[in-house]
Design a binder for this molecule. Sequence first.
Ligand code: UDP
Ligand code: GLC
Ligand code: MN
Length: 358
Amino acid sequence: MAPRTPAVADQAFVTLLTNDSYATGALVLAHSLHRVHTTRSLAVLVTSDVSQERREQLSAVFNLVQEVPRLDSEDAENLRLLNRPELGVTFTKINAWTLIQFNKCVFLDADTLVVRNVDDLFDRPELSAAPDVGWPDCFNSGVFVFKPDRSTYRALLEHAKKLGSFDGGDQGLLNSFWSNWACSDPSHRLPFVYNLTVSTSYSYAPALKRFGSDVRIIHFIGSIKPWHHSYSTAADQVILCPGTATTQEPVRKFLNIWWNIYITEIPSPYLVLTPPTPPLSPPYVSSGPYPDPSEPLPEAESEAWRASWEQGQIDYMGRDSFDRIQQHIDSLINSTETTASTETTDAPSITDEAETSA
Ligand code: UDP
Ligand code: GLC
Ligand code: MN
């Protein structure tokens, strides 16, 4: 499948992946942009750690899959303050300024979802962004308008080497580089609905109720991402990871949209079933009450079933639903315990991509 030809090819939405686990987010993001009929190109920056299989998936929806060097702040001290030790690699984001084939770009984190057309962002100047909920005099660097330019790229690199970043990630770096953002011309300040992040502030819930229908981009900040939750097709609802209700409940409606795109748009061979071991597992779909866990699994041992599984023809909602596979594994474990046998099973293996790609 080839990506759509954009009407405005010299402007692009850009995202970033330094590993396979964020690829799910990038794919859903690209589909969300197509759903709102963007007229711009879609580009994704990948580092050498992103697998060939993921690159092929990405090239079906992104017009450009560009490999870039991995850049890491290695600033453990400031990242500890952010409580996100893994975010040093977000320095890789500054490679976006090397995409000089585009005259204007909008960067979107791979954990964002576009719910209404935002092509008007391309009318904004560099650097335009929305306030960060943690410190509104800083902008959040999950969504920003920029102009690719080699000299800006070099200046950012130089700035990073000399001064580092106050949060250890790209947000601290970009905010100290564009340090007058908060008092610059208002055209640089995007409305919050262009980068809606969840907040626990008491004023958030009423505002979300009042302005929620204006939301254009939702940004699932924090270490728990939409693909770490699971989804019940029976209830048509996201099932939140244990312990995440306080932060995630307000954005449940948007998580449901994310999952709806994921289930309907991402080709099924790429849908990986995993046991629900959040927050490390990739997406997991449960078909709810069907099948009855007390039912035996007559075809579980069949060669045909195994062959179709291995070819990626997986019946996620029925025969191969997680509940049913889990039950099969449990029964095998029980029988292994009883017989003390060490034989391997005929059950399909359940891959945890997050673990294997780590
Ligand atoms: N990212 C990445 N690999 C990582 C961490 C982050 O590629 O290991 C990219 C990805 O595009 C992600 C962005 O950097 O959306 C910023 O990280 P994240 O969204 O997790 O930060 P948050 O918005 O939660 O602060
Ligand atoms: C922020 C932003 C994210 C950035 C991170 C590290 O919370 O949402 O885009 O990568 O901080 O600076
Ligand atoms: Mn983010």
